[in-house]
Design a binder for this molecule. Structure first.
Ligand code: PBG
Length: 327
């Protein structure tokens, strides 16, 4: 052993919190965070979502208040999910100008103006009585192309109501292209699309289906959402198709179990990459923390930093307002 051994001591830069802060390679900003929120038609009080402690189905009033709080905390955006009072097979409320999501978009835009990016999920599952993301064939499959017509109409309804970004999440083939064409034809050529490009058929969506009341009444979404065991190249194919169809930003969902996909997207594409820290990721940490098994606040920050380090520019998280305040 030489007298100088060891010359290299990586711990030198870890000695003080000031040093660690200065050399941190991964930084979260409030503006990177997007808050998903649920609004339910016709309720008088917010309804707690049991499987997501701290998350509620909002009334129109409580939604406005929560959006204002998010804006004041500096979050980058909010994304709204609507639960209509009446559902049917074609999800008629989804593109009704007076449907809950359109009403909520107008409410929130009136409340926060241009302070945050206001958007809505563009899908059908919250609006259909069968809980699937599209129009069903007689045999109960989701009809891709009939569903596209509905998505185009929903996107235009949301744009008309003031949505500042369209976020199609249904994983129908061709959805970005059809929505782009419909928006352009309706005078919304400048409205960006955030495409859920790699969306996996995931067990991590479990609590969301309580929150949005959209659990499929039969079957599942594995015929159109990606297989978790599918090749990484499949995700790349999806993202290339979405970009070719006109996507302005792309998303990976869920986040923590798919950090490799986030990294590949960040390396391969030249648009912002978003990652959705989904309901099951939220519920896991909240449930373990409620039992006193983990340090809740540190775990939240560590999970978000990991998603950022993997390459996400934007993160959708139910903790957005809380974390934005802490930053
Ligand atoms: C579909 C949609 C889902 C989520 C967001 N958009 C559910 C699904 O595909 O079944 C899940 C979000 C979450 O789990 O937090 N409209």
């Amino acid at each position: 052993m030489s007298a100088e051994f060891p010359v290299a001591r990586p711990r030198r830069l870890r000695r003080t919190s000031a040093l660690r802060r200065m050399v941190a390679g991964t930084r979260l900003h409030a503006a990177d965070l997007i808050l998903p929120m649920f609004v339910k038609e016709g309720i008088g009080e917010p309804h707690p979502v049991v499987s997501m402690p701290g998350v509620v189905q909002h009334t129109r009033d409580s939604l406005r208040k929560a959006a204002r709080e998010a804006a004041e905390a500096g979050v980058g955006g909010v994304i709204l999910f609507g639960i209509p009072a009446v559902k049917d097979a074609r999800g008629s409320a989804a593109d009704d100008p007076d449907g809950i999501l359109q009403v909520a978009l107008r409410d929130v835009r009136a409340e926060v103006g241009d302070a945050v990016v206001v958007m809505a999920d563009t899908c059908l599952d919250e609006f259909t009585d069968h809980g699937h993301c599209g129009i069903l064939t007689e045999s109960g499959d989701v009809d891709n192309d009939l569903t596209l017509e509905r998505y185009a109409s929903i996107a235009v309804a949301q744009a008309t109501a003031g949505s500042q970004m369209i976020a199609p999440s249904g994983m129908m083939d061709g959805q970005v292209g059809v929505i782009r064409a419909a928006l352009d034809a309706a005078g919304f050529a400048d409205l960006p699309i955030l495409a859920y490009s790699a969306k996996y058929a995931s067990a991590f969506y479990g609590p969301f289906r309580d929150a949005a009341e959209c659990a499929p009444q039969f079957g599942d979404r594995s015929t159109h959402q990606q297989d978790p065991a599918g090749p990484l190249e499949e995700a790349l194919r999806e993202v290339r198709l979405d970009l070719a169809e006109g996507a302005d930003a792309v998303m990976v969902k869920p986040a923590l179990a798919y950090l490799d996909v986030i990294r590949r997207f960040r390396d391969e594409v030249d648009v912002p990459v978003a990652a959705y820290q989904v309901s099951g990721e939220y519920a896991m940490i909240e449930a373990a923390a409620a039992n006193g098994w983990v340090d809740r606040d540190r775990m939240i920050m560590e999970s978000l930093v990991s998603i950022k380090r993997a390459g996400a520019d934007l993160i959708l998280t139910y903790w957005a307002t809380e974390v934005a305040r802490r930053l």
